[in-house]
Design a protein around this ligand. Sequence first.
Ligand code: SF4
Ligand code: SF4
Length: 408
Amino acid sequence: MFAQPASDLAGTERGREAQALLRNCVHCGFCLPACPTYRVTGNELDSPRGRIYLIKQIVEGATVTATTREHLDRCLTCRACERACPSGVEYGRLIDLGRELAEERVPRALPQRSLRHALVAVLSSPHLFAALLRTGQAVRNWLPAALQERIPPRRASHSTAPPGRHARRVALLEGCVQPGLAPGINAAAARVLDRLGVAVERIAGEQCCGALGHHLGHTGRALEQARRNVDACCAALDTGAEAIVSSASACGLMVKDYGRLLANDPAYAARARRVSDATRDVSEILTPADFECAGLTPGTGPRVAWQAPCTLQHGQRVAGRVEPLLAAAGCTLVPTREGTLCCGSAGTYSILQPELSLELRRRKIAALTPGAPDVIATANIGCLEHLRAASPVPVRHWIEVVAEAFDR
Ligand code: SF4
Ligand code: SF4
């Protein structure tokens, strides 16, 4: 698809990047069936190809309306379309660019801007988020049902780090909302790694990974958070950590992208690349053979429906690793449907696009439960909480399910 950037973009880095990204799209439409929003609305403008046309128009200087921006807002950034595209269109980069330009050309009304600022401020601050969560949990029983659903019951706190007595060490990302919502996840990761001879340490000075701000158009703030995390992660690597490990696939994806995001910053480019190259999802540092050596017996655990977050399978391109780990930990994997489709969580999407989000969740739960699982396992705190609120069975992080197998 050829695009002629408007005069304010022509010759600029963003203009050249937009041209290069758009050029690969040949309008074939193979991506349409992979797109969750197109599957729900049936509107071409809610499909990857339709959104690419809208971005081309924005780049070429056509009038941008609130309706244009709404079709871009409805995109989950799940990147299922990238996996389906035979031409290698980097849709994730295109939608970020398109949103940035749309944001500049059609500023949002004050209430919308305020809501987005508040979401970024609260969700990227672990202490503020935890304080508000505790308050919400304390008054949960007196709130309307719709709000109660969004506030999970309080869970016991856990110590993350078992004794660091091993020669092998990794640095584990804490994340922002996960310590408040589900402190047991990183504690479970630390226990499993400890049993396998790998010590876990915290990352001093860790900030929010920046994903929330990045996807809501707060690019400057997101890059500043990325720089501070590059400093903190490099310090951990310098003192002997063999990897930066994430148990939240959305955060892991963002950190793996630091190298690209900071490629034009001379002070950070090389170190950001080092951090990205050293970052692993927790499933990437475990193998089924580790569990067999640890004496776990197949067929002794729960029946599990596996839900692969988009950030893990489409973003990080880590697919097919968790299922054999669960099987090696004794679980029986039950059949599911539509495994490549988003559950509708997508960061703040469930708050900003509630109708589409709820419909996608309804479809996802229906696709996960025909095999009568005891538990749904996933790999990202956002998906976990979104599904938990409507699931007929418990929803856990897969590493918690594995840790319980070790505990048995
Ligand atoms: S599949 Fe790829 S090339 Fe075809 S329309 Fe979609 S994005 Fe464009
Ligand atoms: S990122 Fe997901 S929601 Fe957005 S266009 Fe691609 S498939 Fe559709």
